[in-house]
Structure formats: C-alpha cells, structure tokens
Ligand binder design. Structure first.
Ligand SMILES: [Zn+2]
Ligand SMILES: [Zn+2]
Length: 368
C-alpha cells in the first residue's frame, strides 16, 4: 500500500463555486495519527448544502466527503480499534468523522450531549483544505491523532459501507431516539438515505409495519425493497391532508405510533404530527440546515396529542460502531450496496453533486 508523492483531491473553493481538482503533497502521519489510501467516499445531501453555502461556520475551501473508507497505509505509532486490537496496514477501515469533542465542557460533562460540544469538528464539513486532507474526496485521508479508526467487518467492502454512508449512522441514531417498541407502526417522512436507513433500523428495532412517505419513484422502490410495507409518493399525492389520510387509512384512523422526519422540508413537521397517533413519538432528524419556519398548532399537535417530540443532531461513536455491527449481520437482508446508483471518479465530483441534487441517484460514491 503506497501513495504517490503528490495526491489529488476535489476541492470546494466556496459557496456557489464549481469543484476544482487540486494537488497536495503526500501527507505524513502526525504522532498518533495515520494515513489512509481512499477506497471511496460518499456524496450526501450535506455536500449539496455545502455547495450552496447553507451551513454556517464552514471554513472554505474544503475537501468534502465526511464519510469515507480506505486502506491503512501507515500510522505514526500503533493504531488500535475500540476493542484494543492493533490495526495492521492494508486493513480496510472507516473513521468516526467527528473529532475535537473535548470531553471537558459543560455540554460534554454535564448535559452528556457530546454532539453539541462547541469544540466538535467534522471531516469534510468543518475542516479546511488548508489544514490537510481532511475529507474523503481525495486520494488519501489524514487521520488526526485521536480520531477513531474502525476496521470494516469481514464481508463489508467499501460499496456496501458507502451504500449506507452517513445515512446508516444517522438513521440508526434517529431510531434509537424514537424508542420504538416491538410491534409498533412507524412512518418515515423522506426517502433519502437517512429515511431509508431509518426504515431499516425501525424494523430491526421490532416495528411490525413501516411506511415511507417520499419521492422520487426509484427511492420509494428502494424503500419497499428494504421492507417498507407501503410507500406514499408525494408527487402523486400532492396534498398534505390526503397524505395524512393515507397514513390514517393504514392505521385504523389513529395514526402511527412513531413518525420519523427525514425529509429536510420544514412543512413535513406539522404534516408528520398529523400522522402521529395520540401519545406517539415524533423525531426530527431531517432538518440539518435551516430551511425556514413553519406554523404548527401547540394545542392540537402537541398538548392534546400528548406527543413526545425529539430532535436528533449528528451521531456519536457508539452509533457508528453499532450500526456497522448490524450492517455486517443483516447485509444479505437489506443489501445496502444496491443503494449505490453510480460511482464517479474524482474528476466527476461536480457531476456527482449535480446528480445528488437532482435526486437522480439514491447514493453516489466518489472513487478517487
Ligand atoms: Zn453525509
Ligand atoms: Zn465538549
């Protein structure tokens, strides 16, 4: 496993700017750090938001690609997984893309809400290309000291893993937040990667029925392949009240026990609360960027409904670790790799972004 003296990366110079290919000197690992030869990196909705400048505090220029995997080239000091086992060069690994979480601030220690730690940083999102190769759209990735490296289990190759991508872990976290009980009926709003993975993990959590509300048709077909009992195409049923009826028709008029919002559209929230049964649980995970305000009725939607409403921000190492274990266990049943519609070389990273934005792909993968 060797790298050339110069490695290439796809750089997003700033909001609204096209992707540029740039060359960087071959990185060397810091003490406690490591270098990966990239096997692949995902393209996700966040990358589209980054190109449009819809996220605050992004230190452009950046190398996008917050979830990636690669083979360990070298480390500066022994590298161990969370079980304490040494990771050998050549091993296919991913990294927990979050680092810098301090473990010492009020959020980390008192609230125990590490995803809200102000020091928290994320590969490919809050890392500048000036700091190094800290994003997956590059031939090599620098693993900073302290960044957790996760060997992919046997049978999980880069396409399987990236078919899940960040949606795997985000969907897992949202389902954990929802506290689904065995036998529950779950509605997922949104058929992107987060919604599809939420549908998967809802089933693994014991939901007896899962319905997915979204578009376009290819994503809804993927939802049904992944076990959704039925899907509601929002382009065919364009009226909010009719979609609520669609859910109530399938739930004895009561609404779903749990509704998970993974759509990114603020209007989905009051609609989803209408789809929820009395005393049900509603999880908002799709509003990763600020897409605007919405009106809801506190009496009808929350108080009288006796609803539990939860937000879900990012994920912690535990969610990555456990979601990968479940992928390894259930890959024959759910076939995450089939979610990868298309692979793109680095030169076509801009095209991959366009296809993602146009919803022409379920999951796009960059193969440097
Ligand atoms: Zn992502
Ligand atoms: Zn902290």
């Amino acid at each position: 496993m060797t790298l050339r003296e110069t490695v290439r990366a796809a750089v997003l110079p700033g909001p609204g700017r096209p992707i540029e290919l740039r060359s960087f000197p071959r990185p060397r690992p810091e003490p406690g750090g490591a270098i990966l030869a990239t096997a692949g990196s995902e393209v996700c909705g966040t990358d589209v938001h980054l190109q449009h400048g819809r996220l605050a505090g992004v230190p452009y220029p950046i190398i996008p690609g917050h979830v990636a995997c690669g083979r360990l080239v070298e480390s500066n000091g022994p590298l161990r997984d969370v079980e304490g086992r040494v990771i050998e060069p050549g091993t296919l690994v991913t990294i927990y893309d979050v680092f810098g979480t301090c473990g010492a601030c009020w959020h980390c220690l008192v609230a125990k809400a590490a995803t809200r730690c102000p020091s928290r940083r994320v590969y490919g999102i809050t890392t500048s290309a000036a700091e190094g190769l800290l994003g997956g759209w590059a031939e090599a990735i620098e693993v900073k000291p302290g960044v957790r490296v996760v060997p992919l289990p046997d049978g999980i190759d880069e396409l399987e893993f990236l078919g899940g991508g960040c949606g795997l872990t985000t969907g897992f976290h949202a389902v954990e937040r929802a506290g689904i009980r065995m036998g529950d009926t779950v509605v997922v709003q949104g058929s992107g990667p987060v919604g599809l993975n939420a549908a998967v993990f809802a089933q693994l959590s014991g939901a007896s029925r899962v319905f997915v509300v979204g578009a376009p048709a290819e994503r809804l077909a993927a939802a049904r392949r992944l076990g959704a009992e039925d899907t509601c195409d929002i382009t065919a049923i364009g009226d909010c009240a009719a979609r609520v009826e669609w859910v109530r028709d399938r739930t004895s008029g009561r609404g779903a026990d749990v509704v998970i919002e993974a759509s990114g559209n603020p209007a989905a929230v009051p609609e989803g609360l209408e789809m929820l049964r009395d005393a049900g649980t509603y999880v908002v995970v799709g509003q990763y960027t600020d897409a605007g305000d919405v009106v809801f009725n506190p009496h009808r939607h929350v108080n009288r409904r006796h609803a539990t409403i939860l937000g879900c921000w990012g994920y912690e190492f535990t969610h990555l670790h456990r979601s990968i274990l479940l992928m390894a266990k259930h890959r024959e049943r759910f076939r995450w790799r089939d979610l990868v519609t298309r692979e793109y070389p680095l030169e076509e990273a801009g095209r991959a972004l366009e296809d993602m934005e146009g919803l022409r792909v379920v999951k796009a993968v960059i193969r440097p």
